[in-house]
Design a protein around this ligand. Sequence first.
Ligand code: NAD
Ligand code: LMR
Length: 308
Amino acid sequence: MKVTVVGAGAVGASCAEYIAMKNFASEVVLLDIKEGYAEGKAMDLMQTASLNGFDTKITGSTSDYSKTAGSDIAVITSGIPRKPGMTREELIGINAGIVKTVATSLLEHSPNVTIIVVSNPMDTMTYLVHKATGLPKNKIIGMGGALDSARFKYRLAQALEAPISDVDGMVIGGHSDKGMVPLIGHATRNSVKVSEFLSEDKMNWVVEETKVGGATLTGLLGTSAWYAPGAAVSGLVQAIACDQKKMFPCSSLLEGEYGLNDICIGVPVILGKNGIEKIVEIELSDAEKAKMQESAEGVKKTNGLLDV
Ligand SMILES: NC(=O)c1ccc[n+]([C@@H]2O[C@H](COP(=O)([O-])OP(=O)(O)OC[C@H]3O[C@@H](n4cnc5c(N)ncnc54)[C@H](O)[C@@H]3O)[C@@H](O)[C@H]2O)c1
Ligand SMILES: O=C(O)C[C@H](O)C(=O)O
């Protein structure tokens, strides 16, 4: 199993590290445009192999896509991150050009690749990869909901004063400060709805903190987060590489599901060796449907800025 990660910055290196630590891939190629940067990150990570006990071979490449040839899975993290006070949507001007070039270069050397899009604004970048590559829709996956759901569970555990392993919950919709739809009505503590334990105010707090999860970290760090994003990507890569049939909310091209068309947005999907093997349509309340609709309108507005 060969995995390429484009962009050897904070998120790309974290992806490579978590993938290697899980020891399921034979090879990870890191690629960046900064001369020597991916090679340096790869060497540093390889020097953790004997310490951390993995056999995955990590190599680096400066802009040489021939090194990525025959990749089964590629992760696109190249592009700029936001700074405090910015929205993810403001990154489109620079990141759209980068993501389009990267996706087409990947495909030239790996025609059967499955692409996981991370660069922001992620739902729009995922849509752009569809338009730019023409790959089948099961082979293009946007990562956002897996991360947002992890943040949702973190806040749920805090509010419940419970261990995270006790809680379950999912975030669908667009990966944006306003567009996320944390499904608080479906969230559980050991199969019991969290509304049995939490006041309306506490549940609202959980939802609002989840939606601004990325912005809160950007404010603290001065740039956006990388540990949880890298871990979330590694979970998707592993589900595909190991044919796990695991369910994650991912940005997926919709053709009528959830009443939406011609849009990539976060919905629950089953990930296995064929990428997105199924889009799962869950029953939403009227309020949740309205939020999903509003979220989709936001994503479509950003898609409208693309030159496709
Ligand atoms: N979807 C998500 O949940 C999620 C989570 C975290 C970050 N992100 C996004 O991921 C992106 C990367 O974030 P980061 O913190 O790693 O940024 P970073 O600046 O640390 O790394 C980005 C890397 O991309 C490289 N790059 C730029 N253009 C390139 C090109 N044409 N080809 C190859 N490499 C190129 C840069 O040299 C840099 O090393 C940002 O757009 C950020 O918003 C998304
Ligand atoms: O917040 C960001 O801009 C990066 C990423 O989308 C995140 O949610 O951490």
